[in-house]
Design a protein around this ligand. Sequence first.
Ligand SMILES: Nc1ncnc2c1ncn2[C@@H]1O[C@H](COP(=O)(O)OP(=O)(O)OP(=O)(O)O)[C@@H](O)[C@H]1O
Ligand SMILES: [Mg+2]
Length: 584
Amino acid sequence: MFWKSVVGKLAITILLLVSFVLFILTMLLLEFFENFHIQEAERDMMQTATKVSIMVETYHDRNMIIDTTERVVDPASRVVIVFDDEAWTSDSNNKNLASIDLNWLKHEKDLSRVINENKEVKKQIVLPNTDVEAMIVGTPVEDKGAVFVYQALDVIDQTKAETTKIIFLAAGIAIVLTTIFAVFLSTRITAPLIKMREAALDLTRGEFNTKVPILTHDEIGELAIAFNRMGRQLNFHINALRQEKEQLSGILSSMADGVVTLNRNGEMMVTNPPADRFIDDWYFENSIPISEKDNRLPSELNVILQEVIETEKEVLEEISLQGRNWVMIMTPLYDQNYVRGAVAVVRDMTEERRLDKLRKDFISNVSHELRTPISMLQGYSEAIVDDIAETKEEKNELAQIIYEESLRLSRLVNDLLDLGRMEAGHEQLRKEQIDVQSYINRIIKKFNGVAEDNHIGLKLTMETDSNIATFDSDAIEQVFTNLIDNAFRHTEENGFVHVKINNNEQEFEVSIEDNGSGIPEEDLPFVFERFYKADKARTRNGQKKGTGLGLAIVKNIIDAHEGVITVKSKLNQGTTFHFKIPQK
Ligand SMILES: Nc1ncnc2c1ncn2[C@@H]1O[C@H](COP(=O)(O)OP(=O)(O)OP(=O)(O)O)[C@@H](O)[C@H]1O
Ligand SMILES: [Mg+2]
């Protein structure tokens, strides 16, 4: 671990560098001191030899020379003075330093030249009959012989060893100091780096407020400043992004249209609630259990996605699901020039489609209803103009038909106007307190004549906990009129129409029952729609002709009173309309 850290690498580099330099320095110093010691020793010995040789040359008294020499000479070395063919050797306190005899000196290759050729010689030798190494110098004495001085090499080696020890000690201290210094320095350099690494890890965890302390004013300090600045910028941008995202998701979730973003593989990245409803409907329609629903676009829709990706053009598709009409617009999403996916907007167009159909139906119904009476008016008036009818009776008959048709026309127009006003909410209800008993009796009396003419029994049953009810008397009278009129028109001779009233504090409840032709079951849900006529054929004959607006007006009036109207019917058995008006 330590080797891999910056501290380790730095410290080791410094240590290696210093060690290398120290090693070379030590080697050079050792070499230098070794030579130095040897040369020093040689010079010393040569000086001694020269002094003794001058003494030998100058004086003739051998005893005095020997005496003086013994005093002068360094006790660690020995001096050999060769007088003609006799040699004298000084004493030494070094027991190992054996004495050398004249014979050996004369026969040693280099040393003999001192005596024979009067030359100075410096040499390392092994002392005769021993294995002691020694350093020897010899200087000739004019005509009289020579002076040799020698010393054991251990003495020099000892001095050398001491110097070496000092050098190694110094090097050791230097290494220790360097190690401490290297570790200290690299720790100081890397401590802020370690702090920065921790701060960077904080950043990755999303803690953007982390700050690195600025401890120094060098490059690392500048790095810390740059790092802090980067942190602030990141924080700012992330905040901006987050706000943007929240805004976007707010817009998406409050949108009425469904939005789905898709990647190229058809995975849904973002959906909003309407889009979820659409996808759920899709799964339901294709009987895919919700548990199998992964986050992928249904395969049929994936085909559209692939088309968008290939053509890089917006694709519009209409889809009908569960009785609802959806329109899907899929637009490519770009990542620079590459289509990275698509965004699909789905809109529920059911209501628009329904209104559209309603409008078209309304226009065709109105024109159809108008066309019949108008063509009749045209035909019959033409017959009069062309004098086709000859007798006065015939003319009267034609005029009668024209009169009835024009009545029908005006009734149709009035009904349409009423309906239009009510649906637009312009019709204000004039609610008042009604004496139920007399009100109902008056209406029934109005129909008694018609009932007798058609041989239909008109029955009234009244249960009144209270005799007072509150509603718009004119409007409710129209409800009664339309319902009783319908009942009469669809009931054969000898049938009956039964009006039941139940009035109490809570509600005014009415049912109008007949045993007439009834309404086919499949038509029941539509009887309250404008222009709806259950039996298309019968509408064309005589007084049973209607426009199909009566029940639509009834429904509108009951709705305006916040009441409920229902119908029960069996074909060829009878029909019962039943409505309630709350009394609060
Ligand atoms: N009591 C009933 N028995 C059988 N069918 C009925 C009865 N009441 C209504 N219907 C059917 O419902 C249709 C719609 O009735 P609605 O009162 O709205 O129109 P209409 O009677 O044909 O015309 P309008 O009342 O405008 O003159 C009628 O055409 C008829 O087929
Ligand atoms: Mg009617």
